[in-house]
Design a protein around this ligand. Structure first.
Ligand SMILES: Nc1ncnc2c1ncn2[C@@H]1O[C@H](COP(=O)(O)OP(=O)(O)O)[C@@H](O)[C@H]1O
Ligand SMILES: [Mg+2]
Length: 430
């Protein structure tokens, strides 16, 4: 009888039928015992297995590792195990889940322990093999689903980023459109009165010439009459009205007024050119004209900070949406002026490069630190205080240039200064 009260035959029946591989080997890894589980999964009867080495039966087994394991268990008299995560398929058994079977081999958890023979040195080791295919399948499925979720999460984050970008752009372009419309509206309203004031002023100049001719003629007549009383009265009237001064100053005043009006007319034209409200479509535009009118519109913001040097090359007409390109010029020039600390120079350089044109807007401010060179194009990225910067100028500009199949890049040498370079194809593809 066994100490647990089981007859030896009962124990053997348990060993034989348990849903667990049981193999007993000697120190040389020769099989001493082999239960039904092993028969089913290896396809060999105990009569074929007993007496043979495990490595003969399973040439795929990692011999060095297994011998070491068995020897270790026998000398240290301890229990060892390996899980399916460590050694997924110790014994080369085929999968036990044929239906869902992407798992073609059985996953196994194995234990190794010595078999004591009374007080003597253990001479046999028992290896048990548990089928862990179910757990492994579940785990792998979870991992697969998790990876899918991760991908989806990343896609969503990307989508959110793109939405934010689009919204920021919309916001900015809406603002620009509103400003453009406002500018065009104001320009139109001013244009009419300026027109008639200008024409009236010209008529006035003619009338005044005639009036003065009249007064001069009268004076001459009075002088010629020899009537002292009349001459004196006439001189007194002339002095009272300071006629000499009026005669000199009136043409000067008129000239200045005409000049002022010319300036107003130019500003109105710049506003119209800049806003291009009449023309938000693709057209062949003169980029120099775009730079000039943009510069005039923001002159107020630039003139106290920087001297503007124009190094214009020869540019062919460029196919673009002029109002959008002007918006880019505006963003870059304003940034350059804002970057300059006290007073500096902004250089506008243009030229051609193969089939493309380039426009460079360079300042001699502190420049862009190397670690920020990528980030400055992100929407909402700003280093300016609240109220001063929105962080949208460069991201909007970048997207506009991209839509024109061009490139916007920045270079900032170590000695300071930033140079933003726009490259545009003269003709849009397709
Ligand atoms: N010419 C420049 N020199 C140095 N830094 C610049 C220049 N232009 C842009 N930057 C940096 O890029 C950031 C983003 O610019 P932008 O998108 O126009 O937004 P904002 O001007 O509202 O800050 C700025 O806050 C600034 O740090
Ligand atoms: Mg800006």
């Amino acid at each position: 009888m066994h100490p647990l009260g089981l007859p030896p035959a009962g124990l053997e029946a348990v060993l034989e039928n348990i849903n667990l591989g049981v193999v007993v080997v000697d120190a040389d890894c020769r099989v001493l015992f082999w239960n039904r589980f092993m028969v089913i999964h290896s396809g060999r009867l105990p009569s074929e297995a007993v007496g043979r080495s495990l490595f003969e039966l399973f040439p795929e087994l990692s011999e060095r590792w297994l011998r070491q394991k068995v020897r270790g268990v026998l000398t240290l008299r301890n229990l060892a195990f390996t899980t399916w995560q460590q050694r997924p398929h110790l014994f080369p058994f085929s999968g036990t889940r044929p239906i869902t079977s992407h798992l073609s081999s059985m996953y196994q958890n194995c234990t190794f322990f010595p078999l004591h023979d009374g007080q003597q040195e253990p001479r046999a080791a028992c290896i048990t093999v548990a089928d862990a295919t179910d757990a492994a399948a579940r785990q792998q499925e979870l991992e697969r689903l998790n990876a899918l979720l991760e991908v989806e999460k990343e896609q969503q984050a990307q989508l959110i980023r793109r939405l934010e970008e689009a919204q920021a752009q919309l916001l900015q372009s809406e603002k620009m459109a509103a400003i453009g419309q406002l500018a065009a509206g104001v320009a139109h309203e001013i244009n009419n009165p300026v027109g008639f004031v200008y024409s009236n002023l010209n008529s006035l100049r003619g009338y005044l010439d005639q009036l003065m001719g009249l007064v001069d003629g009268l004076q001459t007549q009075v002088q010629a009459s020899g009537n002292t009383e009349l001459i004196q009265a006439c001189e007194a009237l002339g002095q009272a009205a300071d006629y000499g001064f009026l005669r000199e100053d009136t043409p000067v005043l008129l000239g200045e007024s005409c000049e002022g009006l010319e300036r107003v007319k130019r500003i109105v034209k710049d506003l119209r050119d800049f806003s291009h409200v009449d023309n938000g479509e693709w057209q062949f535009a003169d980029l120099h004209q775009g730079l000039d009118s943009t510069l005039n519109v923001i002159w107020n913001e630039v003139k106290f900070k920087a001297q503007v040097v124009k190094a214009y090359g020869e540019l062919p007409p460029v196919q673009c949406i002029a109002s959008q390109i002007n918006q880019v010029f505006l963003n870059l020039i304003v940034n350059a002026a804002q970057a300059i600390v006290e007073h500096g120079v902004i250089t506008l350089r243009t030229g051609t490069q193969g089939d493309c044109v380039f426009v460079e807007i360079k300042d001699d401010g502190p420049g862009v630190p190397a670690d920020l060179a990528r980030r400055i194009f992100e929407p909402f990225f700003t280093t300016k205080p609240v109220g001063k910067g929105t962080g949208l100028g460069l991201s909007v500009s970048y997207n506009i240039i991209e839509r024109h199949h061009g490139q916007l890049s920045v270079s900032s040498p170590a000695e300071g200064g930033a140079c933003f370079r726009i490259v545009l194809p003269t003709r849009q593809p397709g």
